[in-house]
Structure formats: C-alpha cells, structure tokens
Write a protein that binds this ligand. Structure first.
Ligand SMILES: [Zn+2]
Length: 144
C-alpha cells in the first residue's frame, strides 16, 4: 500500500497583529480575539475591533469546535483536498480545510473539530476533521 500524497499548505503571512495567533497554533491551540468594549469575537485577529473600533481586545482560547458552513472538494488537484468555511462555536467563520475523512461524507452543518497540518515552512496551520461521535462502548461506559 502506498501512502497518499499530502496537500502542501503555503506558509501564512505573519504580522504583528497575527503573530500570537500563529504562535498559539504552533503550540496546538486556536486563539481568537474578543473585544472588551462590545463583547464581540472577531476573526482574523486584529488589534482594533472591527465592530466598534475599540483597541481594548483580548486573546482567548477557542473551543476548537464548529460546523461546516460551506465547502468545496478540489477533485482535480493533486492530491484532491476539501476547502471549507467553518463557523466556530464562538461565532466566527474561517476558511480552512476538512481533513481525515472521505470527501463524499462532508456535509454542510456537520460538526468538526480542530486539527493541525504543517505548512511548507513548518508553521502549524489550523484545519478541521469530522468530530468523533461517542462510540457505543463509550456511551455504555459512561452509564456504568
Ligand atoms: Zn468592539
């Protein structure tokens, strides 16, 4: 059995506003920004709130859970990949990839969970995979 070729992720453009975001990805967490003035969460990370222009924004760790808002499978690419908009439980939507699943099984509204892939230059890039359902064994185990 031959291993499937992996999609090559381009290196992200990192600036002073997004550097903490990419450092957190490298550490295995997804950080978002929330505005202390209006309470809104926004993405991509910015120093100034895009809703009320306040500079009082803070980082927090996202749950890493969300739903597929839209997706498209690039079947003619080599290797094929699934690009998607995922709306996080925190309310923001980001463009990403859906990985570790059969492309025909991806559906709008599907629950997904955070994973990471390495870019060409070694930066961890957030992607999402279908959220694991509790197995029957785990459900039985949780009842006993
Ligand atoms: Zn605000």
């Amino acid at each position: 059995m031959t291993s499937q070729p992996q999609h090559i992720y381009p290196d992200p453009l990192v600036n002073s506003e997004t550097a903490p975001y990419w450092q957190a990805c490298q550490a295995g967490t997804l950080q978002l920004k929330r505005c202390n003035a209006c309470g809104q969460t926004h993405f991509y990370p910015r120093a100034v709130c895009p809703f009320c222009l306040s500079g009082d924004t803070v980082w927090f760790t996202a749950s890493g859970l969300g739903r597929v808002y839209a997706f498209s499978v690039m079947r003619r690419a080599e290797p094929p990949y699934a690009i998607a908009y995922v709306t996080l439980d925190e309310g923001v939507t980001l463009m990403t990839h859906i990985v570790d699943c059969a492309f025909d099984g991806i559906a709008i509204g599907q629950r997904v969970a955070l994973a990471f892939r390495q870019s060409a230059g070694g930066q961890a890039v957030p992607v999402f995979r279908p959220q694991a359902r509790l197995s029957a064994e785990a459900l039985v185990g949780s009842l006993s």
